[in-house]
Design a binder for this molecule. Structure first.
Ligand code: GTP
Ligand code: MG
Length: 382
């Protein structure tokens, strides 16, 4: 296995109904990374790998920022977006490092209209299936809950939330037969399904705890059914978090005739979520699988390169073998270093040593911790 490559490629899948804010989200994510102050303060640059996508996303962003123009609804476009997170020329880097110091984020956007209607013929059925298959390499899936819809149904939010989860579950079940080969559950599957409140600027008084309580309180039953539907697709379905992690997102503040793109919530968490959230979760799950096996191996495959990267600087006692049982304690040790003061130390040391990747990844972890304190992010308590 090419450890370097696996270490650096994170995939995220974003699901949301039509109009729930997916295109605005990715445009704001990318456009804001091209703003001078971001480029000045950050250790890295974010670059869209595809030149045409880069222009299109940047144009969307500038249209919002300068002319209050909104991007068009997305139809039939299902190509994933690939971003490289590259060390800035001026940023710290290890002198002896020969590896290209790049992280990659692949962003899969599942068309919103596919949520709400039946496929239009065999072609579209196939396209839905292909699109879904392409995002199975993601570790994290975001399911968008639209704050505008919550507002529209104020006092009666269960109407919207129940139908959101139920529609999604039904579409998923419709895919099941074609998705599974001979009914065999999938080993490779997004195992963290996070609830994200899009347009959270519309509900300024709702923090992430309030959001969780609303979702569970009003549609807990539907969420359990959704979890069961997802679980029926995957091998070792104990290793699955559905609706246990929550985040608030807002791509901008929308006022009549004006879009304030500088006022964002949670967008700076997207890279850290994709890169770091699966880390400790996978370690925990793999450890619980005493017998190892295919799923434990797959979970550790995702974690091992990151642990090697960070752990390499902490020094392992003993060589890094392939056996999960052997790697377990070492990786758990790394995971335990990714909290509190130890994390701050690790980040500081990496920055002093001009070690770009470790500085960036520990910086991501610190950012997630801060978002928890600020009630923007809630991680699974399990
Ligand atoms: N207040 C607020 N409104 C938003 C935000 N993001 C999107 N919107 C509004 O929601 C509309 C739809 O957003 P899109 O990003 O185009 O939605 P989409 O999910 O891509 O929809 P489809 O392409 O049809 O699947 C926008 O035109 C904005 O009016 C946000 O962060 N805050
Ligand atoms: Mg769109």
């Amino acid at each position: 296995m090419d450890k370097g490559k696996a270490a650096r490629e994170q995939q995220i899948a974003v699901f949301g109904e039509s109009g729930s804010g997916k295109t605005v989200l990715i445009s704001s994510f990318y456009g804001s990374a091209l703003e001078p102050h971001f480029m000045k303060d950050s250790l890295f640059n974010v670059v869209a790998d595809d030149a045409a996508q880069s222009v299109q996303l940047h144009q969307n962003y500038l249209g919002m920022r300068d002319s209050a123009n909104l991007p068009m609804g997305t139809r039939f476009s299902t190509t994933p977006y690939a971003f490289s997170v590259k060390r800035k020329e001026s940023a710290p880097h290890a002198k002896q490092s020969r590896s290209p110091e790049t992280l990659r984020l692949i962003w899969h956007d599942y068309p919103g209209e596919w949520f709400s209607r039946e496929p239009d013929g065999a072609d579209e059925t196939q396209r839905r299936l292909d699109t879904f298959r392409s995002l199975l390499g993601s570790d994290v899936a975001l399911l968008l809950v639209d704050a505008q819809k919550l507002l529209d149904n104020a006092g009666d939010e269960e109407r919207y939330l129940k139908s959101l989860f139920t529609n999604f579950r039904i579409r998923l079940q419709n895919l099941k037969e074609d998705l599974l080969v001979e009914g065999k559950p999938l080993v490779r599957f997004p195992r963290i399904w996070m609830m994200a409140l899009s347009k959270s600027d519309l509900l300024p008084d709702l923090d992430v705890i309030g959001f969780r309580d609303l979702v569970i309180g009003k549609a807990g039953g539907e969420l359990v059914e959704l979890r069961n539907a997802l679980a029926s697709l995957v091998e070792s379905n104990d290793a699955l978090s559905v609706g246990e992690d929550f985040v608030l997102l807002s791509s901008a503040k929308f006022e009549p005739g004006k879009i304030e793109v500088a006022e964002r919530i949670g967008l700076d968490l997207l890279l850290p979520i994709a890169a770091m959230l699966p880390f400790s979760r996978h370690v925990k799950w793999a450890k619980a699988m005493h017998k190892g096996g295919e799923v434990a191996e797959e979970l550790m495959n995702k974690v091992r390169p990151l642990a090697t990267l960070i752990g390499g600087r902490i020094k392992f006692s003993g060589p890094l073998g392939a056996a999960v049982a052997f790697l377990g304690p070492h990786i758990a040790d790394i995971a335990s270093k990714m909290v509190g003061d130890k994390l701050v130390d690790l980040n500081r040391t990496a920055t002093i040593k001009r070690d770009f990747l470790t500085a960036t990844l520990t910086g991501f972890q610190l950012k997630l911790d801060r978002a928890v304190d600020e009630l923007v992010l809630l991680r699974s308590l399990k």
